[in-house]
Design a protein around this ligand. Sequence first.
Ligand code: BGC
Ligand code: MG
Length: 537
Amino acid sequence: MSWWQETTIYQVYPRSFADSNGDGVGDLRGVIDRLDHLVDLGAGTVWLSPFFASPQRDWGYDVTDHCAVAPEYGTLADVDELLEEAHARGLRVMFDLVLNHTSDEHPWFVESRSSRTNPRADWYVWADGGGRRRRPNNWRTAMEIPSAWQWGEERQQWYLASFLPFQPDLNWRNPEVKAAMFDVVRFWLRRGVDGFRLDMFGSIMKDPALRSNPFRPGMLGGLPRLWLPVHTRNRPENVALARELRAVCDEFDPPERVLLGEVFGSPAELRAYLAEGDGLQLVFLFDFLTYRYSAAWLRRTIARFESAFPPPLQPTYVLENHDRSRTVDRVGGDEEKARVLACVLLTARGVPTIYQGQELGMRNTYIPLREARDPVARVFRFIPEALNRRIPERPNRDEVRTPMQWDGTANAGFCPEGVEPWLPVNPDHTRRNVAAQRDDPSSMLALYRGLLRLRRDHAALRAGTLHLLDERHVLAYERRHDSGDVLVAANLEDHPAALPVGTGARLLLATRGDVELDGPALRLPPHRAAVVAPGRT
Ligand code: BGC
Ligand code: MG
């Protein structure tokens, strides 16, 4: 197996991880200083959200120079040191590549928008429409409500911006754009990065004839939408591009460099990105971001992933990231349920991702829409606060981006006391922090650490096949491997459950101490999960 098939990914949002220079903003040196936390946790790969030059209107997802580091985050020398220090600890490193768009302040766009004839006139997606009154078609942004077309005064034309108006989409059909961006990829690979998470990769190629999307209300990635994005998402050309990017990665010496796509769609649509083993290696499966807390739902979802991504392919499970609600909030504040989900995340077959603070059970930090620093929240400012508080897909992403909680001091150890952090620290940091949880065996951190240790100790959890058991009231599956099988059982109901696990079974881990082996039966109180070495039946 290649390293990435057995790894676990830990997402660092650099702005909120650790501030080393006391400006209230996390930075690369802060990440370097805290790498041992990842080692202690037992993660295999660190993925860093963007730290590249940017006016920070979308906090780094609006890039002005893909090969430069934003000054508040550090320097290229810091990147090199981070790679070196991570590798020395046996960690792999992935960066976040924003290929779909740049900032509108990127010199390429400044030039492109200046006239219809400049050398970069064709580097972005420009179209006439019907003058300034009529947009070229009905394409919508990722938020669905506003149009994706923005008026460019100088050229008297529309430009496409699939996310926010200040993030114009690059024209990937232009060979010069492709060549320039491939050079960016090579620039980082040469410095030793082990792979990339590809931002909005599903939107990268659009219909060249700019046909309108058909009106068909439904859901996509857990969010409501009105138009079926057939002409703007998951186009076959994306797969061709995935292959080309993979070829660029394969120009480099081992270890194998890995591409992980941010894509939304059905498992079959997502599977296409892996091509014949020569496309992306991994695609995020975001269904767990919109999970229903039920054994039936989890069983169905795991089964769908198993059939779309059979071995040697790997599903990529994710419960949290910098865009979506924290797990504990999604399950109504019940930490026991979050522990059950953690157990499933880290024992299902595939590559799991952990978002910083998830291992502490960090909560959303309520920040009203009117105070939001997140540009997406500003799009949704018309939503009444009372309603906003009840939407699980909270539009204010600030709430999941507050500083990492290292200790119980005034700024949670994120930045020095007396400095104002860029986003407020969650007041619960006095209780919920790394220092407090490190030596507490009942903590969320101890659970994540224990689960990751089990993955390292048991090949069945890293490389075994997965077989769902036909249990009605518990979610149960076996991970089978020549070196020994492992059984996982989760009770997501409000009443106790029992499951036969054979005589001589051993309990390897439970989400709480009240889970018991009673002869050949595993007894699970409500909202408990356990990992067992099965006995003889
Ligand atoms: C990222 C977001 C970002 C957007 C635009 C996404 O899907 O995860 O955080 O705002 O792409 O780049
Ligand atoms: Mg700083």
